[in-house]
Every structure is written in structure tokens, then in C-alpha cells.
Design a protein around this ligand. Structure first.
Ligand code: GAF
Length: 384
């Protein structure tokens, strides 16, 4: 039985009637970490893994939602507001319901069934996959529509204003604009983007540290507040630079000398990471995987040392992968403070890499990491 008919059958059991099926993918981010919310550039690629939402309209103005992953059902009214946030998984669903209506959509009450194969809190963007698949499902059963960009922004708004995580646009954008086998370089200032093919001879391996990161938790929002402080500071000092990513190396060095040490390091990460995204995009376009790998190593070092969003377990995974033959580059990926690493490796060395990660990570931490060889997919949408 296909995945879609299997989901439809389970929905029939849950809701007693047939439903429409929407999907949205998780993502990896090749490079460009923690700079989407300071109007920087990012380079994500959407995965075949993702989240499905099956939906049918209800006659009343409630949304009833079954999460198969949580094994729980919740219900909330269609006119829900951020005041009702409960810090539970259902906030993401209620937040999207709220944000779509804020965007002017007339929604119907709904029964929803959610199933996902993106591990939660692993750095593969489980939240955005959930938000975007719920958005597509609610829109289709309400005969409403928004553009992919509007859907991405509604997902981000749900997370920022309802859930309380001040994330950028990268994850939702990847879920609504991904292209099979390609990475997209997004300019988060104006949402313009271009794509380049992922190398066919190499594989991307994700290793989950099993340390759960929660974007809504404090440190992520602290980084965002620090970057806003930097944006203000730069505007005051060099008014002609509207964005941090436009600073030259010399300008950044000069500005850093006037900043407290922590903010100076944050700025160094933002400026250097933006430069690495452009270099990585050029390397992808020309097929220079060696340079791409070097940029991954440099990104990790910058995230660890300057932006301070890594953790011991992520550093251990990076250190192990760095010593494995065939590895071109590796780094922590996503929000950090846990979650996963991303490693670029020559195809014949993939299984050895996974084995070495398992063996040495167990020795260092007592935990066995999940590893996943990336399969890439396209954008989210309504499937049936
Ligand atoms: C999380 C956020 F949701 C993204 O917006 C981005 O900031 C990322 O962390 C770090 O690059 O995935």
C-alpha cells in the first residue's frame, strides 16, 4: 500500500470520512547558519523526509488534531490567539491556524491527522515541515490559497508570535521552495534565490547527537537579540550599510574593535559565514567539492568559537568525522545546542563513516547516534 493510501486509511479510522493529504519536507542546510534572521544568505536543500497532514473540514469552528508521533489528540477553536499558547506540540498547529487567518484566509474547522518521519528537535527542521504541511492542508480544505512565500511567512509568524521561537525564514522557505537534487541560495533580506546542483559523486550524512535542541529555549532567542543589537550598532556607525552581510572584512574588523568581546565574535561569525555561503554556492556551481568541504569545517569552527551555538556532543561528532577517510567536510547544522551534524563524504566511504561515528560516539558519550544518508526531495504541497 502506498504511503498516501495508508495515511488516508488511518485518517478514515480517526475522522470517519476521507481526507486530503498535504506534505512538507525537512531540510539540511549546507552552510549559512544563524544568519537568516540577520538578513543574510543561506544554502538549504529539502529532504525526502517530511511531515504529512491529512485533513477534512468540520461543520463547527474547531480544529481537532491527532499527532501520531505524540500519540495524542487535541482540540482548539478556529479563532485561537497567541494567548492560548500552551508550550505543547499543538502550538505549532494552532499557530499556523492563527497566522493563516492573520494573512486574510477564511478557514474552515478541520480534523487533522499528522504523521512525520523527521526526527523532532534534530536540526532537520521538523517544526517548519509541520507548519507548512498543516498550512497546505488547512488551505486546501478551506478552498483558500496563498503563494509558497506567503505560506513560508505564515509558518515563520506562527513560530515567532505564537510558539515564541524567534526563528528566521530559512526552514519554512526550504519547505515551500525546495527543488529535488539542488540547494537553494536564499537572500533572506528580499527572498530572492537561485539554485545549484548537489554533487552527484558525494553523499551528505546527517548524524543526530540525540541531544534535543528546542528553538523556543532561551539561547537561540538570545543570539537573535544580539544580532539585532549588532544591526543597530552597524546602522549607527556605517549608515550606508543596510545589512550586516554587506560589510567588508576591513569594515567588520574596524567595527569589532569598538564592541564588547562577545558581540565582536558574533559579528565575526555573521560576516564570515555570509562570505562562506557565496563561496560555497560558487563551489557547488563549479563542482569544487574540496573547497565546499573546507568551508564546512570553517563554518563549524566559527559556530563553535564565535557564535557559541555548538555543544560537546556536536564537537565530538565533528571530530570523529574529521578523521574518517573520504570525508571532505563536516559541521554542526541548524539551531545548535544539540541536534545534528552534516558531513560531506565520498560515496564509497559512507558506510565506514557511519560505523566510525557509531563506534566512537558511543565510547565518548554512551549514546548511539542515529545517522541518515540524505535523500533529497522537492517543495511541499497537496498530494491527494
Ligand atoms: C533554526 C531556525 F529555525 C532557522 O531559522 C535558522 O536560524 C537555524 O536554526 C540556524 O541557522 O533551524
Amino acid at each position: 500500500m502506498s504511503r498516501i493510501s495508508d495515511l488516508q486509511e488511518r485518517f478514515q479510522v480517526f475522522a470517519g470520512r476521507p481526507g486530503r493529504v498535504a506534505f512538507a519536507p525537512g531540510r539540511i542546510n549546507l552552510i549559512g547558519e544563524h544568519i537568516d534572521y540577520s538578513a543574510g544568505f543561506v544554502l538549504p536543500a529539502s529532504l525526502a523526509l517530511g511531515t504529512w497532514t491529512v485533513a477534512a473540514p468540520r461543520d463547527d469552528r474547531n480544529v481537532r488534531v491527532l499527532s501520531e508521533g505524540q500519540n495524542e489528540t487535541e482540540m482548539f477553536p478556529l479563532d485561537v490567539t497567541p494567548k492560548a499558547a500552551s508550550r505543547r506540540w499543538s502550538d505549532y498547529v494552532a499557530g499556523v491556524t492563527w497566522a493563516l487567518q492573520q494573512a486574510g484566509c477564511k478557514l474552515r474547522g478541520a480534523d487533522l491527522l499528522i504523521a512525520s518521519d523527521v526526527p523532532m528537535g534534530s536540526g532537520l527542521s521538523s517544526s517548519a515541515a509541520l507548519e507548512v504541511s498543516v498550512a497546505y492542508a488547512l488551505l486546501t480544505i478551506s478552498n483558500a490559497s496563498l503563494s509558497p512565500l506567503e505560506i513560508a511567512r505564515a509558518g515563520q509568524r506562527a513560530e515567532n508570535e505564537f510558539v515564541g521561537a524567534r526563528c528566521g525564514i530559512m526552514d519554512q522557505f526550504a519547505a515551500t521552495h525546495g527543488q529535488p537534487g539542488r540547494a537553494i541560495m536564499l537572500d533572506c533580506a528580499d527572498y530572492s534565490w537561485q539554485s545549484a546542483p548537489l554533487p552527484a559523486t558525494h553523499r551528505w550524512v546527517v548524524a543526530n547527537s540525540l541531544v534535543k535542541h528546542a528553538v523556543a529555549d532561551g539561547e537561540y532567542n538570545v543570539r537573535r537579540a544580539e544580532s539585532e543589537e549588532l544591526i543597530d550598532y552597524v546602522r549607527r556607525r556605517i549608515p550606508q550599510r543596510a545589512r550586516l552581510s554587506e560589510l567588508s572584512g576591513a569594515e567588520a574588523n574596524e567595527l569589532m574593535s569598538g564592541l564588547p568581546a562577545t558581540l565582536a565574535r558574533r559579528l565575526r561569525h555573521i560576516v564570515s559565514e555570509n562570505r562562506r555561503v557565496h563561496e560555497a554556492f560558487a563551489a557547488l556551481t563549479s563542482g569544487d567539492v574540496v573547497l565546499l568541504g573546507q568551508l564546512l569545517f570553517a563554518s563549524h569552527e566559527s559556530l563553535r568559537r564565535d557564535y557559541e551555538v555548538s555543544c560537546r556532543e556536536l564537537d565530538v561528532l565533528v571530530e570523529i568525522a574529521s578523521g574518517v577517510p573520504g570525508v571532505l567536510g563536516t559541521r554542526m547544522m541548524g539551531g545548535g545546542f544539540g541536534g545534528c551534524t552534516l558531513t560531506l563524504v565520498e560515496e564509497p566511504h559512507v558506510e565506514n563513516l557511519r560505523e566510525q561515528l557509531r563506534l566512537h560516539y558511543v565510547q565518548s558519550t554512551g549514546k548511539e547516534p542515529d545517522t541518515y544518508i540524505c535523500e533529497f526531495g522537492g517543495a511541499g504541497g497537496v498530494l491527494a
